[in-house]
Ligand binder design. Structure first.
Ligand SMILES: NC(=O)c1ccc[n+]([C@@H]2O[C@H](COP(=O)([O-])OP(=O)(O)OC[C@H]3O[C@@H](n4cnc5c(N)ncnc54)[C@H](OP(=O)(O)O)[C@@H]3O)[C@@H](O)[C@H]2O)c1
Length: 215
């Protein structure tokens, strides 16, 4: 995916465009799938990389669908990792109708996240996607546990957080989603992991298929 993204960028299709497409498609799927639920409170748990960025874009595209959207941004290193998430965080901060909570290393984020997780109807997991490597720190594992315990509808962005997109291995804790919206094409690690991924929906984000020939 990284190679495809780089090739698309060289054609003038920037990572910011791909992120916008990803977040928009994700929001469209959520709107259709949850159209009939009576209450539509949404909590989006974002990490500090581009998976989190997808969650931020999705929030903007859900504004007509829900008037109660909260973003919990887990910026534990105090540094958003990419230009794309930084751009989208700046955009989100200009929107008054979205509640935003940014957590840093020493903040007691578990309690605040727990509150937002338990009062919503839909949780969007945008913590880690294809950028996950190694074991999860305890702080993230605790949030994942809260998400799984909540009994809410859980939608994973691209890959459920904690699941390796490469081989499906699990580094301790993993989000158990009822729906995984994955971008461009499925990832090997999602195969035969229904109890973690739930239903998988693959969405087009505008990467020209012919670029696959150059891999
Ligand atoms: N490929 C595309 O065309 C495309 C297009 C649109 C959107 N996206 C989105 O971008 C995502 C990938 O974004 P990304 O590469 O920025 O990575 P990410 O999956 O968003 O991960 C975020 C960051 O988490 C950190 N991290 C990794 N493992 C960790 C661990 N065990 N504990 C704590 N922190 C950890 C990494 O930072 P460090 O390396 O500094 O630890 C990584 O930069 C995709 O899954 C998709 O959602 C991709």
């Amino acid at each position: 995916m990284k190679a495809l993204e780089d090739m698309a960028e060289r054609m003038g299709i920037s990572k910011l465009i791909l992120m916008e497409n990803a977040g928009l498609q994700l929001a469209e799927i959520i709107k259709k799938r949850y159209a009939s639920i009576p209450s539509k409170k949404i909590t989006i748990i974002c990490g500090s990389g581009n998976n989190g960025g997808d969650g931020l874009v999705c929030a903007r595209h859900l504004l007509e669908f829900s008037d109660d959207i909260t973003i919990c941004l887990l910026n534990i290193d105090g540094k958003l990792k990419t230009d794309e998430i930084r751009t989208n965080w700046n955009r989100i901060n200009k929107i008054k109708n979205i509640k935003k909570i940014e957590f840093f290393q020493n903040s007691n984020f578990l309690d605040a996240c727990k509150y937002e997780i338990n009062r919503c109807d839909i949780i969007i997991d945008a913590l880690f996607g294809t950028g996950l490597h190694g074991n999860l720190k305890e702080q993230f594992a605790n949030v994942i546990n809260q998400i799984n315990k909540s009994g809410k509808s859980i939608v994973a962005v691209d890959v459920p957080s904690g699941l390796s997109p490469l081989d499906g291995s699990i580094s301790g804790d993993v989000v158990k989603a009822e729906l995984t919206v994955t971008f461009h094409k499925s990832k090997d690690g999602l195969l035969d992991k229904d109890e973690i991924t739930g239903e998988i929906v693959i969405v087009d984000i505008g990467i020209p298929p012919e670029l696959e020939n150059n891999l």
